[in-house]
Design a protein around this ligand. Structure first.
Ligand SMILES: Nc1ncnc2c1ncn2[C@@H]1O[C@H](COP(=O)(O)OP(=O)(O)O)[C@@H](O)[C@H]1O
Ligand SMILES: [Mg+2]
Length: 305
């Protein structure tokens, strides 16, 4: 097959691993920097050019769209979808996954357990909202709907603190990113679980722990990962979460709480650092999935034609 990996970082570990696995399995692979692509939109002819030339034809694309370029990256993926190219992740699923509020709405509709969450544009309601999350003067999490690497997540120790943080966030910005108030899952603060789902199976899972007293366990914040065995319930929750988001490849973040696993977010382009921690071949599982599904779709298209 001819496979394109859409990635702005050809040197990234995940991109290199996908390329390596695909080549090992006899495929022709090209890494395409989507920031250097452009799309021409005209009637019946959705073209994509790369470095001044037509991009050419591929049997499958593997989007690795970075959060900092979601809008542009997904526009290029969408253009390729319009050409009928098989994409491992659909542009719409990637867009949805980049908004934590939209994701939580989809997850809750699909019956996936999530931390209690409220969203409001009015900081005057704050006391009532915090009461909804547990009440009293318990700490709450304040989270930007669009953010990554733990940068947009704040722990407010009291109602008063929450109010001033919210007021600062809302300042001069009526329609910026949404801000969520979330129940603080205190019992496993500083720890979370990353489950990598590929084609309805969990292929690797790790626990991440912050090494200092930070409540955020992101590896980008200095968290450390170790392999972990999931319970059946955790596995099922991760698989259901990926499905609810329409993602065949997903990094599902979970927290172990008193009332069972709670999903925090679902990442559409999970990092492959989990391979080094668990010894699992995530890239290989992804290429295998692409082989099966790009072919299956081709057959279906023929029947339909
Ligand atoms: N409701 C919560 N209760 C306790 N800890 C949380 C909660 N939400 C997030 N965290 C911690 O903060 C980290 C980052 O939050 P997350 O929602 O995954 O955003 P990001 O996209 O920045 O990774 C999580 O991995 C977890 O350790
Ligand atoms: Mg996260």
């Amino acid at each position: 097959m001819r496979i394109a990996i859409l990635s702005n970082g050809p040197g990234n570990y995940s991109t290199k691993r996908l390329k390596e696995e695909a080549q090992q399995r006899g495929h022709e692979v090209k890494v395409i920097k989507y920031r250097d692509c452009y799309a021409s939109i005209e009637k019946d002819n959705p073209a994509v050019s790369y470095k001044g030339k037509d991009l050419g034809t591929f049997d499958a694309i593997i989007p690795r769209i970075a959060a900092y370029m979601t809008r542009y990256g997904t526009a290029i993926v969408r253009q390729l979808e319009m050409q009928g190219v098989y994409s491992l992740s659909s542009s719409i699923s990637i867009v949805r996954s980049r908004d934590k509020l939209r994701s939580l709405q989809l997850l809750s509709k699909a019956g996936v357990e999530i931390p209690k969450t409220v969203v409001s544009r009015n900081s005057a309601d704050i006391d009532g909202l915090i009461d909804k999350l547990g009440g009293g003067n318990t700490p709450v999490i304040i989270k930007l709907a669009q953010s990554t690497h733990g940068k947009g997540v704040v722990l407010a120790e009291s109602k008063k603190a929450a109010k001033s943080v919210l007021q600062a966030f809302y300042l001069n910005d009526q329609d910026g990113t949404n801000i969520m108030l979330q129940e603080f899952v205190e019992e496993s603060a500083g720890t979370d679980i990353r489950a990598v789902v590929v084609g309805g199976r969990v292929v690797a899972s790790m626990q991440r722990k912050s090494l200092d007293d930070d409540f955020r366990s992101n590896l980008h914040k200095g968290g450390q990962g170790t392999a972990v065995k999931l319970t059946d319930e955790e596995r099922k929750t991760a698989i259901r979460a990926a499905k609810a988001m329409g993602l065949s490849v997903a990094g599902v973040d979970l927290m172990r709480s008193k009332r069972g696993p709670l999903v925090l977010e679902v990442n559409a382009s999970p990092g492959f650092g989990v391979e080094k921690i668990t010894g699992r071949n995530v890239a290989g599982a992804i290429i295998e999935y692409v082989e099966l599904n790009a072919k299956r779709r081709k057959k279906k298209d023929k029947v339909g034609a």
